[in-house]
Design a protein around this ligand. Structure first.
Ligand code: ZN
Length: 79
């Protein structure tokens, strides 16, 4: 994948967490009724497994110091 800012090849990797990874609109809480659930307006980046945590593929540009994550709609998660 090429960086949309500087057009250099981005490094592929992943971001890991022990909890659900999500993007949440500014001013809203990122969690729902439990630490594993999301708020209604959050977009889930990676679901959390009790055994392995959560991880999502991400691309890093060392030039721009930016990370890009592709959002997968199949990661919708509710409790
Ligand atoms: Zn870049």
């Amino acid at each position: 994948m090429k960086c949309p800012y500087c057009n250099h090849v981005m490094k592929r990797g992943h971001i890991q967490s022990g909890n659900l990874l999500s993007w949440t609109p500014e001013g809203e809480s990122s969690t729902g009724v439990s630490r594993w659930s999301k708020s209604p307006n959050s977009i889930v980046l990676a679901n959390c497994s009790l055994l392995s945590g959560s991880a999502v593929d991400a691309f890093y540009c060392p030039n721009c110091k930016k990370i890009i994550i592709n959002v997968d709609n199949q990661n919708e998660f509710t409790l």
